[in-house]
Write a protein that binds this ligand. Sequence first.
Ligand SMILES: [Fe+2]
Ligand SMILES: [Fe+2]
Length: 342
Amino acid sequence: MGLASEVKWTRTGKLKFTVEDETAEIDCILPIPSDAEPLHPSLDGLMDDEIVGVSGFFISGGRDAPLFVTNIHKPPLGFHSKNSAGQENAVCAAFLSDIHLGSKTFLSKQWDKMIKWFNNDDLARKIKYFVLSGDGVDGVGIYPGQEKHLAITDLYKQYSELGKKLEELPDWVEVVMLPGNHDAVRPAEPQPALDPEIQQDYSNTTFTGNPCDFSLNGVRILGYHGKSIDDFVATLRSVSYSKPEMAMRAMLERRHLAPSWGGKTPISPEPEDRMVIPKIPDIFVTGHVHGHFVEDYKGTLMVHSSTWQDQTDFQMMLGFKPKPCILTIVNLNSYSTTSIQF
Ligand SMILES: [Fe+2]
Ligand SMILES: [Fe+2]
């Protein structure tokens, strides 16, 4: 048992990788078993630095002889039974991410439509929490040439404008806001909450770190911006930008939000690994890739929150179509979900 690394496929379709622990490193070769399911590691791949158990045999006794793997062992993810908010105080939580305020592609008309809905609809009256999973603003200097795409070029102004937008929500709505990779905190994960100087522009918002495990009326939520989805897309064949839910499944299965060190996700070396998922959540929410998806996976409700940013030039170049302006609403008692497109 150890950390998998140097994962690649051979020309004949076998998966080659090494397994290392503190004492040694061993080369492994895994052929495709005849009964392999699509998510079998030999077909899907392994994440760099994920923990696996391997069993198999040696053909030769040489010092560097590879292990021919017959089985990969991972602790199976069991079925999770959800906590729910009591019926008497049944409330809803709304989920959204990646508002990217300050960008020219922020969808202002649709925002106004949503605010109108919040103030007039019966379902909206039940929404007590509004969870924003990062990239609230577009930020400044996040990528080369970003100035061309900004409607607001001052970072503090972006945050105060976002504060004003959130003030438009009815006063029964409490906002919970995580940072993302466009926000004004260090990029290395885990990311701390936004600076107190920025927080003072907000009256109805609780600021958390990223990731964050919190509870709403007894329902355990794991909120993560989702930067590591980039690594899952780059590594596992089952994951693509149009299927971020497959990355979320892979995270839950591994009980880890960002297993790979040195990839696309900057990770801070901390005494304790805060990207581990020690307890399976009732609701697992991410954003970052500007898609939208809701599904129950082994008892956990997975929400991939939508964005409020239209297709960017960069996404157009990649042929990626975002799914903006979809608000996901979850009843914290019954777990019934509603997705509204504005
Ligand atoms: Fe984003
Ligand atoms: Fe992001």
